[in-house]
Each structure stands twice: as structure tokens, then as C-alpha cells.
Design a protein around this ligand. Structure first.
Ligand code: TRP
Ligand code: ZN
Length: 877
């Protein structure tokens, strides 16, 4: 564990290395408790490096076992050796020399899951961002590109499978039950993309022929016996490879592409060159164990990691401040893939919901940072929704500004110009400017300035002058260490919707159907407008902003019925829900009953039955904002209990108003044919399960949900029924019976049991604190597995508003203890858990005080890791 020193890394301090390492040869003598790592590095003095420049390599917890230069043992008087640093004071003056470093590491003891570790007995590595330095001393930074040759030696029975990056070159027997394999990766790469896997796993194999005819052997390695569950991932991989050729002209560049699924993993997956390593929950799926949402997630992550081969691997980041260069762009690419493969409208709405749920609170709280940060203490804490999701929104805006063709030309130029390089956001932007002639100077602020911009919109219509006038005003709220903000370039797609529901020809001072807001205040006039139109603005969520648009409920209802933009239509309805829910929670806070206008209830009924709309889109239109969504919209002095009451109230009102119709629709959507996890099949199930939730909201009986749970023939319907039971009927025998049945059936399948932990962690109310504490003692729960921790503790802390924020502080205290317990083994995961506290200042004063107390207790602990200290101190600041 890296103890906190308070050191800060700054973008402006970037400097090239004095030395290069064009070639890296690694030998691993694998053994669970003591693995010998031999690194043979070809070191080159960079042109212009001072004669006396020391060679300083990074390490993290390393133990040096040997050091030679050009075949001669190095006198240790001339080196500084520490666990985190190896400094050779006077390296040879020659242009090139060979450095041989031996280290010993203990994979079995590595529970931080960074560097070389074991998961279920399988040796594997995780090197992003700075895990390679936990394996050997190296210039462990993304601008140091090297060609790797890797030799792996291991016991044959424990590890018949030996994998690394690139192409296989040799394998053979070593005697004594041991064997070896050699891999060579011809593409120079940064150390964070190095990977090794050795173990006994099952294989699903296939082939792919690239557009130019290269034959690629594909392999997905999973726990033995689970091969059938990898078929969907393989199909998603082949579709991703084809799509990248067709949409971006990007072809695969090695003879093999392997994916390995492991059970202990800090994040979703990792794009190591030619050897992606995945959290197994993002590979394994069949209808008995995975929901439609799981399938969709697997498809997106398989695509994401594959797409990194060009955006991240062939062209990588100069330094970690540029993380969004690969992540924002690759998220944009995986979102487009899903939009093409499934439903564009549903994907856009889902992506915006995710952005609002994760990125907006980050941008609006103490952890706010620019998409390209200027400083960090712990880089692992910057794998954030801002870097990933807001980063993707920026790429989307560039496409909006330069147009479809300009975007493709800009991407082509970027690939051409920078293939094989480690570059910056400035290089990325320049490619689009040079390809399209656009000036993106003001636009670039999106990368540099934190905070969610707000756009105030005022629309007026003058019937006599036949003029429609839009007044727009932007503001960016202050964020930590950035109090003054500059004016941004905000592209707003819009439409003026006529009384017949059709868009009027814009005919105003706009570029097509986009208003480019460049100034703080801007007025746009539309002349010759014969009838008062309804404004639909920020269509497709063309800019990641909040809007303050005074629009009356009738106009919103009109848009919710007629807007030709599928996103804007959903947004109109979502805004109506939010306004209604905010009013209802105010009433609840004052102890008054809520009243719900009939129009909204009627509209929900119409939408549910509207056969013109795809079922998955209807399901989205019918789903109410979450408690967290409502809290974020209220912004301050939040009372989670009042919000829960309001949300329950509106769901019940909609359900009661549409009782018979919903019940009929629910019955009519019953599962018939075979299970197919595609957009059509999952859409139908999504609508049906949304209706199940409504029908249950209007009923005091768990019977319907219990019935669905027991007859379900797939996990989507089974898990949805279980969620309704737990959420609405927690204390009933039906729910207890369903939970027991689920556990009896899946008790030995950890990935599935995570659903069981999670659904219970989300049960509203303070009693859940006890329940979760008890579940943490369950034999299937482990504090040292990130999936278990996220399913139980993570879900509780980030999604259970009423229990985590229990007024007595018990939820906070429980989570704080869990964070410290996790930190002892895995600081990265502990730090991420701690981000659940980031919105503490928006709560009502009593809860705020409890949260502050709890955070201070964590902060006061001696020897805190850099990961956790960084999050907790910024959250308290
Ligand atoms: N680069 C990975 C991705 O987004 C993210 C990742 C995987 C990661 N494992 C990690 C980041 C460990 C930090 C630490 O595809
Ligand atoms: Zn990524």
C-alpha cells in the first residue's frame, strides 16, 4: 500500500524521459508466493541528455534481487535502491546499454489486484495505471513505448495455459513438471498495456478474417465448465471487429486476440494489447444467470476494450492527464456501436441517464475536476464519470460541430498522423481543426473547465410581428479551485414545433437546426412565424448542460406527445415527472399529502399502450426518475425520506389511474417464444417488467410479483420480480420465500449471488443497515472481492438513499467501517466506495453533520492510503 505523502502531480511539470527503453524482455518464473521476474532492458540515451543524468526507474513495493549492466554486476554503491525507486547514478555513456533487473514478487499475497496477482489460482496482471512498477523497476509512464518479448515459466498442471501480449513464438518443456511459452508483441507499447495470464482455464475459440484478409484466431478463456456462457461475448467481439472496420476503417493488427475472464478485478475490463482481461461478470452470460441489462453491458464492454486497440493502444496518452484522450473517445465509440446494433434512441436516453446519475453529481460536488485534469495525487481516482462519460460527450459535440463527414475525416487524420505515438488532447483537437477548418479554440474549454454549464432559456412569441425570439444565457458554477469561469461554446440542437406536431422550417439566425452559443448572452430571432410554436431545445442532448427553461406544463405535455426527436420527447416527460416529484416531496416534507395532476397520469396510460412506439422506448418513457435523480434536482437541504414518499406516491397514482389497462398490457406481453437477448426481446421484457412494478405499486399484495418470480424462465424476469418484491414488499413471507429460493438455486454461483446481495442492499429504509451488516457475514460474501463489495456495500452506499443517509447516521458508520476494512487489502476499491459521500453537503443539516463526523473519522485514521486520503480530504475540503 502506498502511504499518503501528499505529493501532487502537475500537468505543467511534464518532461520527456532522459532515457528510452526500445526493447523489453521479461522472464517470469511463476510461483504463487515467490515469482522471480527478470527484466532485460535495452536502454537508450535520448539525444541531448546530459552526460551525468541518472537513470531513475519507478517501483512500488519492490524487492531487488539482482542488477547487471551489460552483463556485469552493478556495484550497489552507485545505485539508490528503495521499494519505490531504483536510481542508477552514472549509467554508461554509450548510446545503448543492457540493463538486467531481477525482482521477487508474491502474487498470492497481492489483494490490491494491481500488478501480478492470483485470482482463483490463475496468475494475472493489471498494470493500468501504475501497476507495472509493482512487477519490476521501469520507466512506468505511458509515453515510454517499448517492444516486449515475454517468456513465462510455470508448473504445467497448475498452468497449462500461458498467455501474454502479441503473437505466440515458442513453447516447450522444462522438465520437473514445468513448461514455458514465449510471446512477442511487435507493436511498441506503454507498460500499462503489458499483460500475462497463466492458469488452467476453459477455451471458446473462433476465427475472424479482417477486411484485408488477415486471419485472426480468437480465444475467450473462462473458468472450466462455463464455456457455454462465453458464446455471447464471442459473438459481440466479432460484431465489434466488423463494426470498427466499417464505421472507422480500423482493422485488427495481430494474429491472435485473446480475452481472459477473472473473478477478482478492480474495474470492468482492461484493454492490454492482444490480451484483454475482464472481470468475469462482463463476459459470462446465459439466460438462466444473466439479465438483458447484463447482456447489453457485456456487449458494450467487449466492444469498448476491443476499440481501445486503436484508441488507446496504437495511439496512446502522453501522460495520465490525457486519460480522456483514450477513455472519452472509446466510450463515444462503444456508445455508437450500441446505437447501431440496438436502438439509437434508447441508447441515447440511457447514456444521458447514466451521465446525469454519475457525472452530474461529480461535477456539482467536491470531487469536480476538468475532463482533462491539471493535477492529481492518485491517478486511480481519476478514472471517473467525468473523464469517461463527459469525455464521450465532448467527442459527440465535436461531431455535431464539424458534421458527420468532418468528423470521419478528422478521425482519419488523427489515426494517420499519430499512429504509434503518445499524444495529447491538443493533438486530438488539432486533427479536427485541420481536417474541417473549424476553429475549436473556445470549444476546447470543455476539456479544461470543470462544472456543468447551465443555460437559461427564455422564449417569446410576438403574434403581430410574427416573430419568435429566444434569449439564451449561459453560466458555469464555480468548482474546487476554479472560481471564475470563461464563456463556453455550447452547441444546442433545437426545433420549433408547430401546432400540428411538425417542426417549422427554422429560418432564423442558426446553423441548420443548431444554435451555437458562443457568448454569455445571445438572442436568436425567427421571423415569419405564423403561429406560436413550442420550443424543443437541446435535442438529442447535444450539449451536457442543465437547462433553466421556463416552460409551462401544457407545452411540456405537448412535446411529450409530439416531439419528433425521440430524446427530447422523453426529456419533456422526464421533466414533467421531476417537477411533479419535487412538488410532492416538498409536500411530504411539510407533512402534507401530494396531489397529482390528471394529465400526467392519463399520458402515462396512453404511452404504455401506444403500439407505434417500440416497447423498450415505452419502458423508458414510463420509468420515473430515481430517488437520486430527484435529490440532485432539488439540490440542497435534502430529505431522502420525503423523496421516497413522493416517488412512491406518483407511481401509485399512475398505477391506480391506469390499473386495468396496465394489468391487461402486462398479461398481453407474457413471454412466449425463445429467449433472445436482442433489442426487440429485451424491450418487450423491459416494458412488461416496468408494468409489473406499476401494478405492484397500486396493490397491497405481492402475489403478482411472486407469481412471476416462480414461473420465470429467464433471469431478466426472475430478477425483475425479485426486485419488485424486495423494494415494495420487503417484510412479507413471499419475499423471504423468493430470496431463499434464489439462494438455494444460485448459492454456488458468485456472479449471480451478487444480484441477491444487491437487491437486498437496495431495500429502502433504515432497517436495511442491519440487514446489510448481517449479509456482510454471509458465507458467500468476501471483503476481498471487488464484485462482492460493490454488490452489497457499493449498491447500499450509492443507490439506497434512505438507508445510507439514515437520520441516525448508522448507514454512514457502517459504510465507513466497510471502507476501512476494504482499504486494508485494496485501497483502489476503498477509495471508490468513499466517493458515495460526495453529495453530503446537499443533505439537510442533521444528516450533513453525521456525514461530516463520519468522514472526519476516516480522515483521522493513521497511515491512510494515498487513494483513500485523496478522496476523503477532497470530499471534506
Ligand atoms: N482502461 C480500462 C478501461 O476503461 C480501465 C481499467 C481497468 C482500470 N482496470 C483498471 C483503470 C485498473 C484503473 C485501474 O477500459
Ligand atoms: Zn476504457
Amino acid at each position: 500500500m502506498v502511504a499518503d505523502t501528499g505529493q501532487v502531480f502537475r500537468l505543467e511539470d511534464y518532461r520527456e524521459t532522459d532515457y528510452l527503453i526500445p526493447e523489453t524482455q521479461l522472464t517470469f518464473r511463476l510461483s504463487p508466493n515467490r515469482t522471480r521476474v527478470i527484466a532485460e532492458l535495452t536502454v537508450e540515451r535520448r539525444q541531448g541528455t546530459a552526460d551525468d543524468a541518472p537513470l531513475v526507474l519507478d517501483g512500488d513495493g519492490l524487492e531487488l534481487a539482482g542488477l547487471e549492466i551489460d552483463g556485469t554486476r552493478v556495484n550497489l554503491d552507485n545505485v539508490e535502491v528503495a521499494p519505490d525507486r531504483l536510481a542508477i547514478k552514472a549509467p554508461p555513456r554509450a548510446k545503448r546499454f543492457k540493463l538486467r533487473i531481477e525482482t521477487d514478487v508474491d502474487p498470492a499475497a497481492n489483494r490490491a489486484l494491481s500488478g501480478l496477482y492470483q485470482s482463483n489460482g490463475v496468475f494475472c496482471t493489471q498494470c493500468e495505471a501504475e501497476g507495472f512498477r509493482r512487477i519490476t523497476y521501469f520507466l512506468d509512464r505511458p509515453d515510454l513505448l517499448s517492444v516486449y518479448t515475454v517468456r513465462i515459466e510455470a508448473a504445467r498442471d497448475a498452468a497449462p495455459l500461458l498467455l501474454s501480449n502479441g503473437n505466440p513464438v515458442e513453447q516447450g518443456d522444462l522438465g520437473g513438471g514445468r513448461h514455458f511459452a514465449v510471446w512477442h508483441d511487435p507493436h511498441p507499447k506503454p507498460s500499462y498495456l503489458f499483460a500475462l495470464v497463466a492458469g488452467d482455464l476453459g477455451l471458446v475459440d473462433d476465427r475472424f478474417t479482417t477486411i484485408s484478409g488477415r486471419a485472426v484466431a480468437l480465444g475467450i478463456y473462462v473458468e472450466k465448465g462455463k464455456e457455454a456462457r462465453a458464446a455471447f461475448a464471442m459473438d459481440a467481439l466479432k460484431r465489434s471487429m466488423r463494426w470498427d472496420e466499417e464505421r472507422f476503417g480500423r482493422e485488427y493488427d495481430l494474429d491472435v486476440f485473446n480475452i481472459v475472464a477473472v473473478s477478482d478485478f478492480n474495474m470492468g475490463a482492461m484493454e492490454n494489447k492482444g490480451l484483454n482481461i475482464f472481470n468475469d461478470k462482463y463476459v459470462l452470460a446465459d439466460k438462466e444467470t444473466a439479465t438483458d441489462a447484463d447482456y447489453a453491458r457485456i456487449e458494450a464492454i467487449i466492444a469498448h476494450e476491443y476499440f481501445h486497440n486503436w484508441t488507446g493502444n496504437r495511439i496512446t496518452c502522453r501522460d495520465w492527464f490525457q486519460l480522456c484522450l483514450k477513455e472519452g473517445l472509446t466510450v463515444y465509440r462503444d456508445q455508437e456501436f450500441t446505437a447501431d446494433e440496438r436502438s439509437r434512441a434508447v441508447e441515447r436516453i440511457s447514456d444521458v441517464r447514466t451521465l446525469r446519475a454519475h457525472q452530474f453529481p461529480e461535477d456539482q460536488g467536491p470531487l469536480a475536476h476538468p475532463v482533462r485534469p491539471r493535477r492529481y495525487r492518485e491517478i486511480n481516482n481519476f478514472y471517473t464519470a467525468t473523464v469517461y462519460e463527459k469525455g464521450a460527450e465532448i467527442v459527440r459535440m465535436i461531431r455535431t460541430i464539424v458534421g458527420e463527414d468532418g468528423f470521419r475525416e478528422g478521425m482519419d487524420l488523427y489515426f494517420d498522423r499519430h499512429d504509434g505515438q503518445a499524444v495529447t488532447i491538443e493533438d486530438f483537437i488539432a486533427a479536427f481543426e485541420d481536417a474541417s477548418g473549424a476553429d475549436l479554440a473556445q470549444f476546447a474549454l470543455w476539456y479544461h473547465q470543470a462544472g456543468t454549464p447551465n443555460v437559461a432559456v427564455n422564449a417569446s412569441y410576438d403574434a403581430v410581428a410574427q416573430e419568435f425570439v429566444l434569449e439564451l444565457e449561459q453560466s458555469v458554477p464555480p468548482t474546487p479551485s476554479e472560481s471564475r469561469k470563461r464563456v463556453m461554446h455550447i452547441p444546442l440542437a433545437f426545433g420549433l414545433v408547430g401546432p400540428d406536431g411538425q417542426d417549422l422550417a427554422a429560418g432564423g439566425e442558426t446553423d441548420g437546426a443548431i444554435i451555437h452559443l458562443h457568448k454569455r448572452k445571445q438572442t436568436v430571432r425567427f421571423k415569419g412565424v405564423a403561429e406560436r410554436p413550442v420550443l424543443s431545445i437541446n435535442r438529442g442532448f447535444s450539449a451536457p448542460v442543465t437547462l433553466a427553461a421556463a416552460q409551462n406544463a401544457n407545452d411540456r405535455l405537448f412535446l411529450a406527445r409530439h416531439d419528433g426527436d425521440a430524446f427530447a420527447r422523453w426529456e419533456a416527460l422526464n421533466t414533467l415527472y421531476l417537477e411533479t416529484l419535487i412538488a410532492a416531496s416538498k409536500a411530504a416534507k411539510g407533512g402534507k399529502p401530494a396531489k397529482f395532476g390528471k394529465d400526467l397520469l392519463v399520458l402515462a396510460g396512453e404511452i404504455a399502450a401506444d403500439e407505434e412506439l417500440d416497447p423498450d422506448y415505452r419502458a423508458l418513457l414510463l420509468s420515473l426518475p430515481s430517488e437520486t435523480d430527484i435529490a440532485r434536482e432539488i439540490g440542497s437541504n435534502i430529505d431522502p425520506d420525503a423523496i421516497l414518499q413522493a416517488r412512491r406516491g406518483l407511481a401509485a397514482a399512475i398505477a391506480e389511474h391506469n390499473g386495468e389497462r396496465f394489468a391487461e398490457l402486462y398479461a398481453g406481453l407474457a413471454d412466449t417464444g425463445a429467449y433472445v437477448p436482442d433489442a426487440a426481446g429485451s424491450g418487450r421484457r423491459a416494458l412488461r417488467n416496468t408494468l409489473l412494478d406499476y401494478c405492484s405499486a397500486a396493490s397491497s399484495s405481492p402475489a403478482r410479483a411472486a407469481e412471476q418470480f416462480h414461473v420465470a424462465t429467464n433471469m431478466t424476469d426472475r430478477a425483475a420480480a425479485l426486485a419488485v418484491l424486495a423494494d415494495r414488499f420487503a417484510a412479507t413471507p413471499e419475499t423471504e420465500a423468493a430470496l431463499s429460493a434464489f439462494e438455494a438455486r444460485y448459492g454456488s454461483d458468485a456472479i449471480v449471488m451478487d444480484k441477491w446481495f444487491q437487491v437486498q442492499a437496495m431495500i429502502p429504509g433504515v432497517e436495511t443497515v442491519e440487514r446489510v451488516a448481517t449479509l456482510a457475514q454471509h458465507r458467500g460474501f468476501r471483503m476481498d472481492n471487488p464484485n462482492r463489495v460493490r454488490a452489497l456495500i457499493g449498491a447500499f452506499a450509492s443507490a439506497n438513499q434512505t438507508a445510507f443517509n439514515a437520520a441516525d447516521g448508522s448507514g454512514y458508520a457502517f459504510v465507513a467501517d466497510a471502507i476501512l476494512a476494504v482499504e486494508a487489502q485494496n485501497p483502489q476499491v476503498a477509495a471508490r466506495l468513499a466517493t458515495a459521500f460526495r453529495s453530503w453537503r446537499s443533505l439537510e443539516p442533521k444528516r450533513q453533520a453525521k456525514a461530516r463526523e463520519t468522514l472526519s473519522r476516516i480522515a483521522a485514521k493513521k497511515g491512510l492510503s494515498r487513494d483513500l486520503a485523496d478522496i476523503v480530504q477532497r470530499t471534506l475540503a
